[in-house]
Design a binder for this molecule. Structure first.
Ligand code: NDP
Length: 267
């Protein structure tokens, strides 16, 4: 039986095993997707185990997305540009790293609105924000601006992607059509955190939050209440999972089955 898994620390909260195992089952693929909860100090030994046991693929999450890069045989241009790996697969005898988070962002947004010609603002400047900038630029957004709590982090990202940047408080001066909340503020907090004041949101905006626990974050609730289009974090999780599944299996992913597996655990 082929083995796959989520490499993270902690990993036990991940919905990826439920999503991928449902996909394998639906297609009668003899494979099991596991939790690989690996402490950073054990990462190198774990990658040796992946090679020895011929583990077929990995999803990579915090805190390993950058640290894994030197341990792989290759990373593709996308992972290089984003600066992080979230998916690992075998190509011939080489362990290759790629990043499909951007596909998650792209597909989740395109379900609700066009990107081409739109002004996009991204809150946050971490790895997930980098994937969002990549997705929006790839889809010809008119402008992409990164706003972050720590200005120097936004500046570093903006220099890599040739985009605008600023602080979270600058939000009002940018007339965003698409707003992507990519900070971890409010993660796992039921009451949420107000990253942007509700008064600054507009009904004509499309507002996405990458966080999916809780599913209805503060910004999603505020945006919904004022009549803006909203995109919850589970859509990104689903679409990046679908992209990884298709790389690993070379089969069309059973997207509805995988979506139901996520929803069963979130709703
Ligand atoms: P990082 O740790 O790389 O970046 C975190 C970002 O959040 C930084 O910009 C940081 O700002 C900002 N931040 C953290 N706390 C606060 C706060 N209290 N107020 C304002 N800003 C804050 O994380 P990632 O980029 O990897 O992930 C970001 C979020 O996206 C996470 O919540 C993660 O769960 C989610 N995610 C969802 C995915 C999905 O499939 N739906 C996939 C990947 C990520 P500063 O620079 O100032 O520290």
């Amino acid at each position: 039986m082929d083995k796959y898994g989520i490499l993270a620390f902690p990993a036990h909260h991940s919905l990826s095993p439920a999503m991928h195992n449902a996909g394998f089952k639906a297609l009668n693929i003899e494979a099991k997707y596991e939790f690989f909860e690996i402490h950073p100090r054990d990462l190198e030994a774990f990658i040796q185990k992946v090679r020895k046991e011929n583990i077929k693929g990995l999803s990579v999450s915090k805190p390993h997305k950058e640290a894994i890069i030197p341990l792989l045989d290759e990373i593709d241009n996308t992972a290089q540009k984003i600066g992080a790996v979230n998916t690992v697969y075998w190509r011939k005898n080489k362990l290759v790293g790629t990043n499909v988070d951007w596909i998650g962002v792209e597909k989740a947004i395109l379900e609700k609105t066009e990107i081409e010609g739109k002004k996009a603002v991204i809150l946050g400047a971490g790895g997930a924000a980098r994937a969002a900038v990549y997705a929006l630029q790839n889809n010809h957004a008119k402008s992409v601006t990164v706003l972050n709590r720590t200005l120097s982090h936004a500046k570093a990202l903006a220099e890599d992607f040739f985009c605008d940047y600023g602080e979270l408080d600058d939000f009002e001066s940018f007339r965003a059509d698409i707003l992507v909340q990519a900070t971890s503020a409010g993660l796992n907090k039921k009451e949420g955190v107000e990253v942007v004041e509700k008064e600054l949101l507009k009904p004509e905006m499309t507002v996405m939050d990458m966080i999916y626990t809780p599913l209805e974050t503060r910004i999603i609730k505020d945006a919904r209440e004022i009549g803006a289009k909203t995109i919850t974090g589970d859509r990104m999780l689903l679409y990046q999972g679908v992209a990884a599944f298709e790389i690993w299996t070379s089969k069309k992913a059973p997207i509805d089955v995988m979506d139901r597996a996520i929803k069963k655990r979130l709703y």
